[in-house]
Write a protein that binds this ligand. Structure first.
Ligand SMILES: [Fe+2]
Ligand SMILES: [Fe+2]
Length: 328
């Protein structure tokens, strides 16, 4: 193997993680590595507690990121999920670092959900993650704008799901929804909205050319599939099912799967519909280039018969220029 390729393979085998994500005096359950002159060196074995002394020494050497072997990625993921509330409450962790931790954790979690769509365990973990995020968002007005800074716009179902969840929660809050339980139920439905795509073949989902009528018929089944998958787990609140089943329904009845009209569509579904179409437009897909934020907003605005007018207005205001860009 060429030296360059070997270095690339080694880098791919290690995941950079923020030192700030590690809690003091916890046994991590995964090895920590540092990078010295391009080589990954074991810094702390999995069964050694991470102490103030370890943190001080890393700080002293200006180490912000530490490396976890990709073989340990599952252990790291579980560790972060179980300590997420503490990380989000920790005032010494910068808001942007918190946003990145939430984003990366959520994307990996959705990957697990998609790998095992009917699993009660992954849905329970999703509920916990949404609850921690909602709690943090309610107590931090800049949380959404920090999430925007770390969002990835090269499309994958995982990043799409967390983007849609983020936009949906922000739009709901911007529209005056402040009840924690209500936001939790919306966030969960938004995060899981495309879980039905796991029953659609990859060749259709990633097709670069136009879809045939039959392929469209397949695609249009994903809300119903998602609803069935999540219903079977029998653990999520009733309201959270609506965005999964109805996120492609439109105010004028032109949507799918049931052609429901305005009054028949749940508020959560109307919120997720806007978040979903906005993310789909502004994200790089295999079959076309991303549209800039402004034209995407304009297109949603022009489609006023399809989306709830008040929510579109709120979304436009929310995404518009801000007077200040705080990091608090
Ligand atoms: Fe969808
Ligand atoms: Fe979607």
């Amino acid at each position: 193997m060429l030296a360059k390729e070997a270095a690339k393979a080694a880098a791919e085998a290690y995941i950079p993680v923020s030192v700030k994500s590690l809690r003091l005096d916890t046994v991590l359950g995964f090895d920590l590595h540092i990078k010295i002159n391009g080589e990954f060196v074991l810094y702390r074995a999995s069964d050694t507690p991470f102490t103030q002394k370890s943190l001080d020494s890393l700080k002293e050497h200006h180490v912000d990121n530490i490396y976890v072997s990709s073989a340990d990625s599952e252990g790291y993921q579980k560790y972060i999920e179980s300590h997420l509330e503490e990380i989000l409450e920790d005032e010494t962790v910068e808001e942007k670092v918190k946003a990145k931790i939430v984003y990366d954790t959520a994307a990996l979690l959705v990957k697990d959900v998609m790998a095992r769509p009917g699993s009660v365990e992954t849905v329970k973990r999703s509920m916990k993650l949404v609850e921690a995020t909602v709690f943090h968002n309610l107590n931090n007005s800049s949380a959404f704008y920090n999430m925007l800074k770390v969002m990835q716009f090269n499309y994958s179902t995982y990043t799409h799901s967390i983007n849609v969840c983020t936009f949906s929660l922000a739009l709901a809050q911007f529209s005056g929804i402040s009840d924690t339980d209500e936001l939790n139920r919306l966030g969960l439905g938004a995060l899981l909205h495309d879980v039905g795509k796991t029953r659609i073949s990859e060749s259709i989902l990633n097709k670069a050319g136009p879809l045939t009528a039959d392929e469209w018929k397949q695609i249009e089944k994903h809300p119903q599939y998602g609803f069935e998958i999540i219903l079977e787990t029998n653990i999520i609140p009733h309201d959270s099912h609506y965005p999964i089943l109805q996120h492609h329904e439109r105010e004028n009845g032109s949507g799918y799967p049931h052609g429901r009209k305005s009054g028949e569509i749940h508020l959560f579904s109307k919120i997720v519909a806007i978040a979903d179409v906005f993310d789909a437009m502004t994200t790089q897909r295999v079959y076309r280039n991303a549209v800039d934020t402004f034209p995407a907003m304009q297109q949603i605005y022009n489609d006023h018969t399809k989306f709830d007018a008040d929510l579109v207005k709120n979304f436009t205001r929310m995404m518009g220029p801000r007077e200040q860009d705080d990091e608090t």
